[in-house]
Design a protein around this ligand. Structure first.
Ligand SMILES: *[C@@H]1O[C@H](CO)[C@@H](O)[C@H](O)[C@H]1NC(C)=O
Ligand SMILES: *[C@@H]1O[C@H](CO)[C@@H](O)[C@H](O)[C@H]1NC(C)=O
Ligand SMILES: *[C@@H]1O[C@H](CO)[C@@H](O)[C@H](O)[C@H]1NC(C)=O
Ligand SMILES: *[C@@H]1O[C@H](CO)[C@@H](O)[C@H](O)[C@H]1NC(C)=O
Ligand SMILES: *[C@@H]1O[C@H](CO)[C@@H](O)[C@H](O)[C@H]1NC(C)=O
Length: 396
């Protein structure tokens, strides 16, 4: 069923411990090829690290120059009224437009390829190397991995060492109309609370999160990244908007933020993909306060444009019974129900790729999926105990 569907995964299901079978799937799900028993996962390769860093450093310098002084790379604007069956028109009419910086990895959008699931918990192993893992693993059945300890300890793990610069790191660059051709890169989730109150979550999936650089140390990198905007509607009219940033974010009156036509703009920060209402430098050391300078800076520029509504799955979320449903008849619900992580597990210090800095790590674990983003929130901010300030203007 999933064959040929956009955005399905090249998934391999790997069991991380001896006594568990390892399954590998080919890229188009037509066949699956058991690889026999797996060995311990601590078999990472690291190729020419010094050279790698030198090349990357000069590349980074070059790109930075280009980014600062180069011509603005901007997608040709377009106007494409769109209709999706099962989704109210206003959800797309007022959908998000995203703007990217130019630095590599920022624009990385993953078509959910080149990932396998690996289970790092022995507790999930069945005796005699047999599991109940679905085969082949697709976005439709991803949630079946929840049988392993309710999904905790399940990591979708890259089948190529990330430090070897696999192609998927670049993701799919949006084309001239802002579409990620050949890849579904977003999930639009609608929660109809009743009485005309509707929240539309525009969830963006990226291949890689490059963490902030603190005192020349890059910290908090992870494979897989889910970020979002949420637009709250009352009777089909947008009233408020939420920009996710590093575990929390910022809320504004819908009228306050920059638009392209009717659509609000989000500036996706270089590397971290935190969403901001304005371009420029944002320090996020103090939650809910954006300062133009500080130790933890995000950088946003008027980069290329990505229109997530053009390459998205569509879901309805029902808070009454905490369920997802396929809104357009073409969206795999299993991906929304999956409770594991959408990226590699944090590498241990014994792993050559890992680096520590005052208790912080260069690589951390991949994120949980959209289900974990407070889809049933009462305010425009997540219900996380942090004061919800809905700003009337975009000044910090
Ligand atoms: C963003 O949305 C507006 C329509 O409201 C459109 O004019 C603009 O070109 C869009 N840009 C992209 C690439 O999303
Ligand atoms: C699985 O985890 C979710 C989220 O933490 C929780 O709501 C649910 O009750 C758990 N289910 C089981 C069977 O433990
Ligand atoms: C959500 O599910 C409940 C229980 O099944 C149902 O009564 C309600 O109508 C649903 N809400 C929407 C918006 O579909
Ligand atoms: C979602 O919110 C509604 C209204 O606040 C509440 O009745 C319902 O129990 C919530 N659902 C979940 C799964 O928490
Ligand atoms: C929740 O309610 C909807 C109807 O709104 C129904 O289709 C769905 O099966 C229910 N899901 C669960 C998990 O009970």
């Amino acid at each position: 069923m999933a064959v040929g569907k956009l955005g399905t995964m090249d998934s391999d299901l790997e069991k991380a411990f001896p006594r568990c079978a390892t399954l590998k799937y080919d890229t188009h799900f037509q066949s699956s090829k058991p690889l026999g028993r797996c060995e311990s996962t601590a078999k990472w390769k690291f190729v020419g690290s010094a050279m790698y860093y030198k090349i990357m450093a000069s590349l980074a310098g070059f790109i930075l120059l280009l980014w600062q002084y180069g011509p603005p790379l901007r997608a040709r604007p377009f106007f494409q009224p769109r209709q999706v069956s099962g989704i109210a028109n206003y959800i797309l009419e007022y959908g998000m437009n995203l703007s990217y910086g130019l630095v590599r990895r920022t624009r990385a959008i993953l078509p959910l390829r080149h990932f396998r699931a690996s289970r790092k918990h022995t507790s999930g192993c069945q005796p005699h190397g047999r599991t109940k893992s679905p085969s082949p693993l697709t976005l439709d059945n991803l949630h079946e991995l929840n049988i392993f300890n309710n999904g905790s300890g399940v990591y979708l793990t890259s089948d190529i060492d990330v430090t070897e610069e696999p192609n998927w790191l670049d993701g799919i660059v949006p084309d001239s109309v802002g579409k990620t051709v050949g890849a579904i890169s977003a999930a639009i989730i609608v929660n109809d609370h009743g009485e005309g109150l509707v929240d539309a979550f525009y969830m963006y999936f990226y291949a890689y999160n490059m963490g902030n650089t603190v005192l020349f140390q890059e910290l908090g990198d992870h494979i897989g990244d889910w970020e979002h905007n949420m637009v709250r509607f009352q009777d089909g009219k947008p009233t408020d908007i939420w920009y996710s940033q590093h575990g929390n974010g910022e809320a504004y009156n819908f009228d306050a933020v920059e638009k392209m036509g009717k659509r609000p703009v989000s500036y996706s920060a270089r590397g971290s993909h935190a969403n901001y209402a304005t371009k420029g430098t944002h320090d996020h050391t103090i939650p809910d306060l954006n300062l133009p300078i500080g130790p933890l800076q995000d950088y946003c520029s008027q980069g290329m444009l990505w229109d997530p509504t053009l390459s998205s799955y569509f879901y309805k979320y029902n808070g009454t019974n905490n369920s997802f449903s396929d809104a357009d008849g073409n969206s795999p619900v299993g991906a929304m129900l999956f409770r594991g992580k959408w990226g590699d597990q944090q590498y241990p210090m014994s792993d050559k790729r890992q680096k520590g800095f005052f208790g912080f790590k260069k690589f951390v674990s991949g994120p949980t999926g959209p289900w974990d983003k407070q889809l049933n929130r009462t305010k425009v901010c997540p219900d996380n105990g942090i004061l919800c300030i809905v700003r009337g203007s975009v000044a910090p």
